[in-house]
Design a protein around this ligand. Sequence first.
Ligand code: IPE
Ligand code: IPE
Ligand code: MG
Length: 246
Amino acid sequence: MEAIKKQELDPNKIPKHVSIIMDGNGRWAKSKNLPTVAGHRAGAEVARQITKKAAELGIEYLTLYTFSSENWLRDQQWIDDLMGLLRWYLKNQINDLMKNGVRLRVIGNRSRLAPDIVDLIEEIEEKTSNNTSITTVLALSYGAREEITHAAQSIAIKVLSGEIDVSQINTELVSNHLYTANIPDPDLLIRSSGEQRISNFLLWQSAYSEFVFSNILWPDFTVEVFENAIYEFQQRKRRYGLYSDS
Ligand code: IPE
Ligand code: IPE
Ligand code: MG
């Protein structure tokens, strides 16, 4: 998809859950001869605007892929810069989140994050827990394979302790042991920057998500591009394997 003209959205077909792989910050900074962190800073501002627009449109859940489990393998300076930005965001965005009625949740492996960041996350999750305009889910230190492995471990512990029987393990039970327990599956998954892959994001949850790819680098992503992605979603016919044609 690419933004050409502004499309009228059908208010009756707004996706309940949109997830975004916010990619291209590094390339954006490089193309402008800026330090990489400037790309992430610009990207964070775009995430803020998209969250606001998503709430206005009546989207209930917005999941933003912020830092993957594999991103820990990048160089330390890059990681430190990104964590610095995250710290700033968690400390300074609370008023904005409260003003816009945003409930913030974080999914991922917290044990790899610095303790002060974990404290900030817990504080912001608590402070925003009664906000109802939208739930923004930050996938942070997140990897879907790790998430599914973690769910398998939690279920195995319950079987061993006799809390559940093996015959009770079904898809619903597995879903309920993922980081995303109680969050509906994403209807729409958007990836910016021209890459067309999932990069270990929401593997289980995206089984029937609609995918929309944009060539635009994340810092250049706008609310209009976002609305066009939703328009494209509204033109799709979701079949869930139930029909042989049409
Ligand atoms: C995406 O930007 C955001 C994160 C991975 C944190 P990148 O850093 O992957 O940017 P590109 O893909 O190198 O342009
Ligand atoms: C996916 O982007 C992770 C985030 C956007 C946070 P990457 O840039 O890490 O993914 P690859 O390396 O292009 O697959
Ligand atoms: Mg990338």
